[in-house]
Write a protein of this length. Structure first.
Length: 388
């Protein structure tokens, strides 16, 4: 099979890898229908996090079950499934407390941006759809593997509920999902902090009441203007950089709560939070218990999480290094291996102005629009404008 492997800064290759096999009786083998490039992957791609050795990459996926181990009871071959970004057995003491991301026997995958995936603890990790979904529904189901659950986790961790005011720091896939989650949880005011016109439009589509482009002190002042001069009840930090974390601290009101889900890269002023009675909760989402709740967001419609994947592409079997222009990537890519049934959904979206880009790997399509690779060509999709 073929899969994406990161070698270092701006160097991701889609190359031949060994086919996965059943190693434990609780395993399942999945034929990938769609996978995502996560913002957390980009820390390594941009050189911010080290890559000591070449490593298969990716942890968001959905697909068709090809085979299962003899101990698997709830998943059968032929089912369409989605799994969390970590595997978990759903039976250890930590899982029974609802903290599946910290399962005592769980862990990550050997790269999910690949044609096939081995999923340990299949019964505890995979959720099967009632039937094989339509192509239109695939991107929304894929969002459940990480991004929608993470956005929901940010909102729940911050205590979002009916009548609350919410500010969302970050307009990537998680930030946009957090906007959608806040709206569904009944927030009265949902402020999206975004400087990108296409993402601002998605935030509005998802129900944001206000959009703020300013950052730093100006951004904090704008949030306070919209929240009685005190700041938001709940701030959802969906980036992870120190600037984003400080933005969240400045935008929350005294006695408020921050939902922290951005992969941490920077400090937090703990003393300030203490004296202001600001609470912090978040970290990695508990995908298992969150799946049923987020599932209601995944039926096709004007406000579904498929919109937060702002590029779509077909992966290509090429060992060539990812082009340098990829270094400007800021958002999420929904991708499908060449020839995989069910991956054609994005081709149906592609209807507007074609944009020719270099031949590249699955990673080459990440930017700030929805696109689909057909040989070396990307075609802009939906109503969003392609940017290189």
């Amino acid at each position: 099979m073929h899969g994406a492997v990161i070698y270092g800064k701006q160097d991701v290759r889609y190359e031949e890898r060994p086919d996965p096999t059943i190693l434990e009786p609780t395993d399942a083998l999945i034929r990938t229908v769609a996978a995502c490039v996560c913002g957390s992957d980009l820390w390594r791609y941009r050189g911010i996090a080290p890559v000591p050795r070449p490593k298969p990459i990716g942890h968001e996926y959905c697909g068709i079950v090809e085979s299962v181990g003899e101990a698997v009871r709830t998943i059968t071959p032929g089912q369409f499934v989605v799994g969390g970004f970590l595997h978990s057995d759903n039976s250890c003491p930590i899982c029974r407390k609802g903290a599946h991301a910290n399962c005592q026997h769980g862990g990550g995958y050997d790269g999910c941006q690949a044609e096939k995936i081995r999923v340990p603890h299949a019964d505890g990790t995979l959720i099967a759809t009632p039937e094989v979904p339509s192509d239109e529904l695939v991107p929304s189901i894929l969002a459940l593997s990480d991004v929608m659950c993470t956005g929901w986790h940010a909102a729940v961790s911050a205590g979002v509920g009916p009548g609350t005011s919410v500010a969302v720091v970050g307009d990537g896939a998680v930030g946009l999902s957090a906007v959608l989650a806040a709206v569904q949880l009944g927030a009265a005011t949902v402020i999206a902090m975004s400087r990108h016109a296409d993402r601002q439009a998605i935030a509005r589509e998802f129900g944001a009441s206000d959009v703020i482009a300013e950052r730093g002190d100006e951004g904090i002042a704008r949030v306070k203007e919209l929240t009685e001069g005190i700041g938001a009840d709940c701030v959802l930090e969906c980036v992870g950089t120190e600037d984003a974390r400080l933005q969240a601290v400045g935008a929350v009101r005294d006695g408020g709560q921050i939902g922290l889900v951005g992969v941490p890269h920077g400090e937090l002023p703990v003393d300030q939070l203490f004296w202001r009675n600001v609470g912090i909760k978040g970290a990695r989402p508990m995908s298992g218990p969150t799946f049923p709740t987020c599932w209601t967001s995944s039926s096709p419609g004007p406000s579904t999480p498929d919109g937060c994947s702002t590029w779509s592409c077909r992966s290509r079997r090429s060992p060539r290094r990812t082009p340098r222009w990829m270094s400007g990537a800021r958002s999420r890519c929904c991708c499908a291996p060449d020839g995989v049934d069910g991956g054609r959904h994005a081709a149906q979206w592609a209807r507007t102005s074609p944009v020719t880009l270099p031949q590249a790997t699955v990673w080459s399509a990440i930017s700030s629009s929805t696109c689909w690779v057909e040989e070396p060509r990307l075609t802009a999709s939906r109503a969003y404008t392609a940017k290189t």
